[in-house]
Design a protein around this ligand. Structure first.
Ligand SMILES: Cc1ncc(COP(=O)(O)O)c(C=O)c1O
Length: 383
């Protein structure tokens, strides 16, 4: 049996009628730039999240950059943050989280993660703010793998220190913290519609969510070259619109989001149940306050056995991935351009333990059975 990490073709077959119809409509109206589907998607997602504004943009990365630049304009009246302005984030994330901070002008301050949840350690955020937080303008938590950060603690710290929170929701569409949808809790939420995401298009796409009228207005200006219209340009902007055809595909796929997230949770439960007895494996934390949407199902493999397991599974036709083999503070890009708070030992150590297993809403039972039986086989020969 061959099992890929993700089989988007299977998803397409499942939703084929909805998607084909949506694309055909675009072919007929030909409104390729900011056509009606963009507004339709924005409305659907703002209702779903319970926020005033959603603004479609061209990627999750752009959602982060535009969100941050809008915050700089609102808070500081400046197009970019200063390099002395600090934004606290996690080093254990995709590079876009950190490089968006750099592109907004600010400096990322990496604080360590909690190895149980893989998310930023809120105790460490508090410690940094308490002791050397005078330059901090905001916190950028990432809901990694689809699991919510502790948003009560993060919002409490932000309020106390009068700083903003921008949630990186790239991996957590549909996820929640205490029944509040992720991306609706901080000042701004940044979503990605990269094809592999829980809500993914047929190319790049993203969205900024906010209750703040001013932020939403500025994002709409920045994504169209920085002007209210083509010939009244105030800011250095971008061409960062969400394509009509992507919005159309996303509207069609959106109706499956909750159902698919439920399926991801069922698959995760199956893995948890079947892998919990294996001594070398730590299954993902179940946080009662979080509605985990398992963008990735990531286990920790202890005692130096991760690479051996991955190679064995590959021989058996089972794809797995390592998210992430390198932390941001280890990348050349961030050398001399970031700060690290104390040691980032948990983040560093976890890079050699994490292994993401296939998780896809339409996976078959026999595929899941095969994966867990091969993992068990591998460890039955090891102690
Ligand atoms: C945590 C995180 N932030 C940001 C991004 C960037 O999103 P995009 O690829 O849509 O630009 C991603 C996507 O890969 C991500 O996983």
């Amino acid at each position: 049996m061959t099992i890929p990490m993700l089989d988007l073709g299977r998803e397409y077959e499942y939703m084929r009628n909805d998607i084909d119809q949506a694309i055909r409509k675009c072919l007929e109206h030909q409104k390729w730039i900011l056509g009606p589907e963009v507004g339709e998607l924005e409305k659907k997602i703002s209702n779903y999240l319970g926020v005033k504004h959603c603004v479609g943009v061209s990627s999750g990365t752009d959602a982060l950059v535009l969100g941050l630049r809008a915050l700089a304009l609102k808070i500081k009246g400046k197009e970019f943050f200063d390099r002395t302005d600090e934004i606290i984030t996690t080093p254990f994330t995709f590079t876009a989280t950190g490089d968006a901070i750099l592109r907004s002008g600010a400096i990322p301050v990496f604080v360590d993660i909690d190895p149980q949840t893989f998310n930023i350690d809120t105790g460490k955020i508090a410690e940094y703010l308490e002791n050397q937080g005078d330059k901090v303008v905001g916190i950028l938590p990432v809901h990694l793998y689809g699991l919510a950060c502790d948003m009560d603690k993060i919002m409490g710290l932000a309020e106390k220190n009068k700083i903003f929170v921008l949630e990186d929701v790239a991996q957590a569409s549909g996820g929640a913290w205490k029944n509040r949808k992720l991306g609706s809790i901080g000042n701004v939420g940044a979503f990605s519609f990269f094809p592999s995401k829980n809500l993914g298009g047929f190319g790049d796409g993203g969205m900024v969510a906010t209750d703040d009228d001013e932020i939403a207005d500025i994002v709409r200006i920045l994504l169209k070259h920085g002007g209210k219209d083509k010939y009244n340009v105030d800011y250095l902007g971008y061409n960062a619109r969400l394509d009509t055809i992507q919005a159309a595909v996303l509207v069609a796929k959106f109706k499956y989001l909750d159902q698919f997230n439920e399926k991801r949770r069922m698959i995760a439960e199956f893995y948890n149940e079947n892998l919990k007895e294996i001594g070398h494996i730590i299954t993902p934390e179940i946080t009662p306050d979080a509605y985990h949407v398992y963008h990735q199902y990531t286990i920790r493999v202890k005692n130096g056995k991760r690479d051996g397991l991955q190679n064995y599974l590959k021989e058996k036709g089972i794809a797995t991935m390592i998210y992430y083999p390198v932390c941001l503070h280890r990348m050349k890009l961030f050398e001399g351009r970031s700060k690290s708070f104390k040691t980032l030992i948990n983040a560093d150590n976890i890079t050699s333990e994490v292994l993401s297993l296939p998780i896809e809403p339409l996976m078959k039972n026999e595929e899941l059975q095969y994966i867990v039986s091969e993992i068990k086989n591998y460890f039955s020969t090891k102690d």
